[in-house]
Design a protein around this ligand. Structure first.
Ligand code: FO1
Length: 324
């Protein structure tokens, strides 16, 4: 009899999308019927050239829709930059943030839907329908939440400017999720959590991606109220972030860049997390994690290819099954 599982995943951009692709591959290979709802971070969203750009929603959509630029992990495959090249001489917008022609069509479609009165959830569902996604893709909120970075210099910049223009090198004093206080979980988010057999935290940035999602009022409460085990995959291997600049984000919060510290921070800051996967390089932290009440498993966590990623996702599901 085919097992069927309702899974909710809180996803950021590149790492989260790749993990989700692995989860779907694992389900296909293991004959497990999954009903996956992805709650995506919208804190990276920005208005650019009058268009609403949603990096993490798009990265999940393109990755699971088979259209992602694989090496970058963001943007479209087979992309052209005719519009970006023409914009440059006009000196408008962020010349360090490149929007390809195909990607621009997504932002034009989203912006016109929003201008027509659609909510971000409705617009996301319309865009996702084109890609025939094997998951339900939800923004964490329909209300705008933008991650801004207060730099040590005193200046505050949009997260993407800090992340892309400075490569997270400008010393950051703190992150501000502008709008979070007025935000509510998007339609379907609380329902998906209530109906989940398990909730997974992919190896997304624990501060500005998963942390931002958990910061939407009512969302972490719903996770704590749910009987579903919450299992995460460490984004830190051997004291360094697998991707992106998670260490810079953790340092800003004063959290050590270790697999164990991230799990402890999810617990202390957001009051969530039951199980934690760490890489073999961090196997020594398993006793400490178990002593702190986590179910911890050490296994290879490098998402080197689809098979490796599918195995990681399967291990996360197995750990969650054990905790049910
Ligand atoms: N990242 C870059 O490093 N350089 C870019 O020019 C860039 C453009 C871009 C355009 C659309 C989009 O959805 C994402 C883009 N990203 C770019 C990646 C983006 O910074 C990350 O995907 C997320 O913000 C982090 O998860």
């Amino acid at each position: 009899m085919t097992e069927s599982l309702s899974i909710v995943a809180l996803s950021g951009g590149v790492g989260g999308a790749r993990f989700l692709r692995g989860l779907l591959a694992w389900a296909a290979a293991s004959g497990t019927d999954l009903d996956v709802t992805v709650i995506a971070n919208t804190g990276d969203d920005m208005r650019l050239h009058g268009l609403q750009v949603c990096p993490d929603l798009d990265t999940v959509m393109y990755t699971l829709g088979g259209a992602i630029h694989e090496d970058q992990g963001w943007g479209r495959a087979d992309e052209r930059f005719t519009v970006a090249e023409e914009l440059r001489p006009y000196g408008v917008g962020w010349e360090w943030f490149t929007l390809g022609d195909r990607d621009l069509a997504t932002h034009l479609a989203r912006t016109s839907l929003l201008a027509g009165g659609a909510t971000l959830s409705e617009a996301t569902a319309r865009l996702a329908a084109r890609w025939d996604l094997p998951v339900t893709l939800l923004p964490m909120s329909d209300q705008p939440v933008e991650t801004h970075v207060e730099l040590a210099s005193g200046e505050t910049v949009h997260f993407e400017e800090w992340w892309v223009r400075t490569r997270a090198s400008a010393p950051a004093r703190r992150f501000v999720q502008a709008g979070a206080d007025q935000a509510r979980p998007a339609p379907g988010v609380l329902e998906a959590i209530a109906g989940a057999d398990m909730v997974l935290l992919p190896p997304s940035n624990p501060v500005v991606s998963v942390g931002t999602i958990l910061g939407v009022p009512g969302l972490a409460d719903a996770l704590r109220a749910s009987p579903a085990p919450l299992v995460g995959v460490s984004p830190i291997i051997g004291g360094a972030a697998v991707r992106g600049m998670a260490e810079a984000c953790l340092a800003t919060l004063g959290v050590p860049a270790t697999a164990a510290a991230v799990a402890l921070d999810y617990r202390s800051r957001h009051g969530v997390l039951d199980g934690w996967l760490v890489d073999d390089a961090d196997a020594a932290s398993v006793p400490e994690l178990e002593a702190a009440g986590f179910a911890a498993v050490a296994r290879p966590l490098w998402m080197t290819d689809l098979d490796a990623t599918a195995a990681i996702a399967g291990a996360a599901v197995d750990l969650a099954r054990r905790l049910r």
